[in-house]
Design a protein. Structure first.
Length: 228
């Protein structure tokens, strides 16, 4: 059976023409796992975007812009990056719709952030100024250590409790949303992975790094295994 998953996207402007955009690394990683991605444009009416979930078996939330801090009742930080109100609205609707349908969710980078906000959590708007530490999480050329909780869904999926991951984000989870539990951390304690806190919840993994840009496909294979 063909397994189709909804995938969020960003938008960009090239030579004056606005385009819906998705890094091809996501498409290739999902295809290697046997999944067919259905891109959900971020400019749709949220209800129309949510209707796409009736024809798919899972949801992938991808990287991109900062989440508007108004969604977690915070004032904008001076280092807040670009936001996209339309994309926020679409992804918040997709998260709610996927959870109602009990669809598996894989959330990546911005994905873990918007998921945490959707479920009632908050974010550091700029790690370098709000939570300075020994790791420059915005250094796109760097990698850092990752500690994974033994026995967690993430551990069972990637089959390790210690590894290194890429890093290119300046925001991260501050207050973890009710219903989620942290199961992976950078060396400085920044939350890098989260999953449901209660038994019996649908499959959900949220990570701060970009697994689509690494050779290891374990997260995508685990997601594909949960998609029915």
């Amino acid at each position: 059976m063909t397994k189709i998953v909804a995938v969020s996207a960003t938008r960009r402007t090239d030579a004056g023409r606005e385009r819906v955009a998705l890094n091809t690394a996501y498409v290739r990683a999902l295809a290697r796992a046997g999944l067919v991605p259905l891109i959900v444009p971020p400019i749709l009416d949220p209800d129309a975007a949510c209707a796409a979930l009736d024809g798919v078996q899972g949801l992938v939330l991808t990287g991109g812009e900062d989440v508007d801090p108004a969604h977690y009742h915070a004032a904008p930080h001076p280092k807040l990056g670009d936001t996209d109100a339309a994309r926020d609205a679409v992804e918040l609707a997709l998260i709610a719709g996927a959870r109602r349908r009990r669809l598996p969710i894989l959330a990546i980078c911005r994905g873990i952030q918007v998921l945490n906000v959707a479920l009632g959590g908050t974010l550091y708007q700029d790690l370098a100024t709000e939570r300075p530490g020994k790791i420059d999480h915005a250094d796109t050329a760097a990698r850092h250590g990752l500690a994974v909780e033994s026995g967690s869904l993430l551990h069972r999926t990637i089959a390790t409790v210690a590894t290194t991951v890429n890093t290119r984000h300046h925001q991260a989870i501050r207050d973890l949303a009710p219903g989620l539990r942290a199961t992976a951390w950078a060396e400085d304690g920044v939350i890098e992975g989260a999953e449901p806190g209660a038994a019996g919840e649908p499959w959900l993994l949220a990570v701060q790094w970009h697994p689509e840009d690494d050779v290891e496909d374990a997260l995508f294979r685990g997601f594909a295994g949960a998609v029915t």
